[in-house]
Design a protein around this ligand. Structure first.
Ligand code: FES
Length: 261
């Protein structure tokens, strides 16, 4: 007999973290959130441009490779190798459903907050016209980011284990890189498009092939998806922290504390 599954209950549980966020920003004036978003996203953009193009070559120190440069496709030449990598994570984030909400409100004031009027009074065109129609490519950017995320996991493996000496190395940098890739994976696999990919378009899981496996995958993705905004922000910070740490090692500011086995 077919088992009917009610997904709504699971999703509502996964939204448990929203209350804290609402309590914090709910006690501040309406413009506090747009101002924070503009400052943080603007700061991240400036930092990404600096580290990719103006920080003096590939940001790599010992076994650590900056996430801005991974995978290191082309290390020489007049153009920064970060260019070959950065486009996909940036396009993925720029078209992310959560970031769209954040920057439409904060940068375009469209509208800036709940119960605050729009500043624009032109005809509403939604995402059906250029350039916002490009946001519909989000699901395809996911596949490119999936490849980049795989390389980031491989970088952690290389930071942990040196294939030349066969030694295992546990360093502070390894921990930072590992934390970064865990947070990035949580953000990537909590994507709305992934959720649709694994479990969308179905009325009843038990009636389709691999239905229960798809339901389990959908449940895990839903769990991450309920915290998508949180992972969007913390993974952005973790990328910057990993990059700054490797910059400091490269500049000789201090030595990476580590143990070799
Ligand atoms: Fe945010 Fe896909 S919806 S990454």
């Amino acid at each position: 007999m077919a088992t009917q599954i009610a997904p709504g209950a699971l999703v509502s549980e996964s939204n448990a973290g929203v209350g804290l966020y609402q309590r914090f920003f709910g006690s501040l004036p309406w413009w506090a959130l747009p101002l924070t978003v503009v400052s943080v996203l603007g700061g991240f953009t400036i930092y990404a441009i600096w580290t990719a193009f103006f920080s003096g070559g590939v940001n790599q120190s010992g076994p650590y490779l900056s996430p801005f440069y991974s995978p290191l496709i082309w290390a020489t030449g007049p153009i920064s190798p970060a260019l070959w990598v950065l486009w996909s994570p940036l396009a993925f984030r720029a078209t992310c459903y959560y970031y769209r909400k954040a920057y439409y409100r904060s940068f375009f004031w469209d509208p800036p907050a709940c119960a605050v009027g729009e500043l624009r009074h032109k005809e509403y065109r939604g995402e059906a016209k250029f350039p916002l129609i490009l946001n519909n490519f989000h699901r395809y950017f996911f596949y490119a980011v999936l490849v980049v995320t795989g390389f980031l996991w491989y970088d952690v493996f290389l930071a942990l284990w040196d294939p030349k000496t066969g030694h295992l190395q546990l360093g502070l940098g390894t921990g930072i890189m590992l934390l970064n890739v865990v947070l990035l994976s949580a953000y990537t696999f909590g994507c709305h498009s992934v959720r649709h990919l694994v479990g969308g378009g179905l009325d009843c899981y038990s009636q389709v092939r691999f239905g229960m496996a798809r339901f389990r995958a959908w449940s895990w993705v839903s769990l991450l998806n309920g915290r998508h905004a949180l992972f969007a922000w913390v993974s952005m910070f973790s990328v910057v922290i990993a990059d700054i740490y490797i910059h400091l090692l490269r500049a000789g500011a201090f030595a990476d504390p580590h143990i070799v086995f």
